[in-house]
Design a protein around this ligand. Structure first.
Ligand code: SAH
Length: 251
């Protein structure tokens, strides 16, 4: 049996209880060494076999799973954050289906949630934005033309940009081209929830300069939008004059 488990954004205690329980029983762990906190491996049994997928191909990962499965081992594939976001799990799952190997997915806390916590921010503020766009600049993985940053920016929704902190000048250019003003609030959150986390509040215009000043070019999320500013309306849900299913309005 293979378990794809979200390791969370970094802090060892941000894996889910379910994820930790399974990790403690694992016979084999394949973890994404570039971003998963190695301290999580301390939850494993003494004789657990550990593989770092950073230096492995998809075929090698599957090979470890297949051999483990043949010996009835409990196999954990530990992915950073939540595995459904840039986790490359679909290709693994499809091969496991083909091979008739059973698997389960355990979700994790994504870094975009970790980053919001670090900023003490809420992405969905009334009268600011009710939408969060999770996206990236293209790298070796292309981004479909219709999802080009300036097109998404035209919505002025709250945006969280993964895998893009090495391309900030171009990112700012596209955000502005799409309609955000240069002084729109933005933030760089480096290694959210890790002990060496850095939180930098800035503007779209100064993203690149502030990243350089702080020596950040990877393992960071870029957040953009009015949700990082100070203007918003109170929620209706907790408004005393508003009645809903569980509460009568105050007279
Ligand atoms: N599945 C992961 C994302 C993997 S893609 C998740 O749900 O978070 C890798 C990118 O995620 C990095 O380039 C960076 O942009 C972001 N990232 C991952 N962990 C991070 C962290 N702790 N702090 C800030 N960004 C992080």
């Amino acid at each position: 049996m293979v378990y794809f488990i979200g390791a969370g954004p970094g802090a060892v205690d941000l894996i889910t209880v379910r994820g930790k329980n399974i990790l403690e029983k694992a016979d084999i762990v394949i973890y994404a060494g570039s971003l998963v906190n190695p301290m999580l491996l301390e939850y494993t049994k003494k004789d657990c076999e550990i593989h770092n997928s950073a230096s492995m191909t998809l075929e090698q990962v599957i090979d470890v799973m297949e051999k483990g499965e043949a010996e009835n081992k409990l196999i954990v594939r530990l992915h950073t954050g939540d595995p459904s976001i840039y986790g490359a799990i679909r290709e693994q799952m499809d091969i496991l289906v083909e091979k008739g190997i059973e698997f389960t997915v355990v979700p994790g806390v994504s870094s975009f949630s970790g980053a919001a916590a670090a900023l003490k921010a809420e992405y969905t503020l009334p009268n600011v934005s009710q939408t969060v766009i999770l996206t990236r600049m293209e790298g070796r993985t292309p981004v479909p033309e219709k999802e080009e940053i300036s097109k998404l920016a035209s919505h002025q929704a709250s945006m969280a940009l993964f895998l893009s902190s090495g391309m900030l000048e171009e990112l700012s250019r596209r955000l502005v081209k799409g309609g955000y003003s240069e002084d729109t609030p933005a933030a760089i959150v480096y290694k959210a929830t890790w002990p060496d986390e850095k939180v930098i509040r800035t503007t779209i215009k100064n993203l690149s300069e502030d990243a350089k000043k702080n020596d950040i070019s990877k393992t960071a999320l870029i957040l953009v939008g009015g949700f990082l500013g100070n203007n918003y309306e109170r929620s209706k849900l907790y408004d005393p004059s508003f009645t809903h299913e569980f509460r009568e309005a105050e007279k």
